[in-house]
Ligand binder design. Structure first.
Ligand SMILES: *Cc1c(COP(=O)(O)O)cnc(C)c1O
Length: 456
């Protein structure tokens, strides 16, 4: 691009990547395998078969560096992809920084976040194997909405367990899921035995992602025509999201930039992995050298405060054991507004590369995140979802640091969703009722007590 006055970098549909990137074969050490919850032996495809279609199970353990995106999936992606890359010039000006801030905007999808990037292929592969219904959990409502949209594209049914706190705070997410044809329950629910047992103890149980996963899994394994879909954490989910980073690489190349710092918010790790893995590939190949940093909430800091060990993905302990940074599968985080970041664990792949020292991690309390989001909205216009306010806060910290050093740091982040359904969170900020939570060592120690002991 000859002039330097651009605000956004767009790609033609014909420039959209047609392959996903699988980082696993490029890593210096292979990630530890998932284990069977009973025998603690490495889990085989048959252990996942009641939950997922074989095509996704094979992607989960694939050693191929690139996997073709099916044509029917690309057709759906064209509804909103390629997504724009913005240069945050107005925010840069407000901060009076020499840094260049770029953000890849995933809020242009029908559901308003990056999650349809994996919901669509997951629905497609299930449909191809004759599955007629998918069950899932949702925290903030983003994943449930995305799966509801995706299943509608292939004429499938969708049943969603929405974390009760979010079900009550965000009734319009439910209506959106219903618009796409899904059925929605608050979790814990009366539908499953596990849900009923929790409600018997506490009828106002706020729920958690781990509990909602247990309920959705229980319903899926009970019926052979039903499978379960997970919106984050697993290898195949992170791989589906790499289309974000592949597009961003092309877009930055068009304007002659390479990132010095890449920051992304991490709940289960999928938007972070999706943006960063293609850049990590380039870094490992010696083509660029960005610092790559995960940003998590201070109230749910799995990477910066959790332990790296085998744990369940859900609260009832039904899933295979995954080696990951975990706060314990019984951990119920405080009710921060970034519902999508309230997960007790971190993706095994992100945990592994963090352990290998390939990426860094920090945690940020929510009030700083909303302060940053408001600066962003008043300059760039887009009102961010509560989750990426963490990424924005980290980008602003970096831009202010560049101001001190006078360096022209190139910062890249993902604005992984808009916050149009999150006005209650902004309202609580403006009303002065938002509080910061810190995770105490005692709370953490208590939650870690039930994590199974596994050799290795
Ligand atoms: C679900 C969600 C997240 C958290 O999930 P990751 O897998 O860590 O990306 C973050 N932001 C938004 C907008 C989400 O919908």
């Amino acid at each position: 691009m000859s002039d330097d006055n651009y605000t956004k970098v767009l790609l033609d549909e014909s420039e959209m990547p047609t392959q996903w990137y699988n980082i696993v074969p490029d890593l210096p050490e292979p990630p530890p395998p998932a284990l069977h919850p009973g025998t603690h032996e490495p889990a085989g495809p048959e252990d996942f078969a009641p939950l997922f279609p074989m095509a996704l199970i094979m992607q989960e353990v694939s050693q191929d560096r690139y996997i073709d995106i099916p044509g029917e999936v690309l057709d759906v992606f064209r509804l909103w992809r390629p997504s724009p890359l913005f240069r945050a010039r107005r925010l840069e000006k407000l901060l009076d920084t020499p840094a260049k801030i770029f953000y890849k905007y995933e809020g242009v999808s029908p559901a308003g976040s990056h999650k349809p990037n994996t919901a669509v292929p997951q629905a497609y592969y299930n449909h191809m194997e004759g599955i007629t219904k998918l069950t899932t959990e949702t925290g903030a409502g983003q994943w449930g909405s995305s799966l509801a949209f995706a299943t509608a594209q292939f004429g499938m049914e969708c049943e969603v367990w929405q974390v009760a706190a979010s079900y009550r705070a965000k009734p319009h997410r439910k209506t959106m899921m219903e618009t796409w044809g899904a059925t929605v329950h608050p979790s814990p629910s009366e539908v499953t035995e596990f849900g009923r047992s929790l409600l018997a103890d506490n009828p106002d149980h706020p729920g958690s992602l781990g509990i909602a996963i247990s309920e959705a899994v229980a319903e899926a394994v009970a019926d052979p025509s039903v499978r379960y879909a997970l919106g984050s954490v697993l290898n195949h989910v992170l791989m589906h999201q790499t289309i974000i980073g592949e597009e961003a690489l092309i877009q930055l190349a068009k304007v002659g930039e390479t990132p010095d710092v890449l920051v992304g918010c991490t709940g289960g790790g999928s938007n972070f992995g999706g943006l960063s893995f293609p850049f990590l590939r380039e870094k490992m190949a010696g083509n660029m050298n960005p610092t790559i940093r995960c940003v998590e909430p201070a109230a749910c800091p799995s990477l910066t405060k959790g332990e790296y060990r085998y744990d369940f993905g859900d609260t009832a302990g039904m899933t295979p054991l995954m080696k990951m940074h975990t706060l314990g599968h019984d951990f119920v985080p405080d009710e921060i507004h970034a519902g999508g970041l309230r997960y007790h664990g971190m993706a095994p792949l992100v945990s592994h590369i963090y352990e290998l020292g390939l990426v860094e991690a920090i945690s940020i309390p929510q009030i700083e995140c909303f302060e940053s989001a408001i600066k962003f909205a008043r300059t760039e216009g887009i009102v961010p979802a509560p989750e990426p306010t963490h990424a924005i806060a980290a980008a602003i910290r970096e831009a202010l640091h560049a101001k001190e050093t006078g360096e022209e740091t190139v910062i890249l982040t993902a604005l992984c969703g808009h916050g149009h359904f999150d006005m209650a969170a902004y309202e609580s900020y403006f009303g002065g009722s938002m509080v910061n939570y810190d995770l105490s060592d005692a709370t953490l120690a208590a939650a870690m007590e039930t994590v199974p002991v596994v050799n290795g």
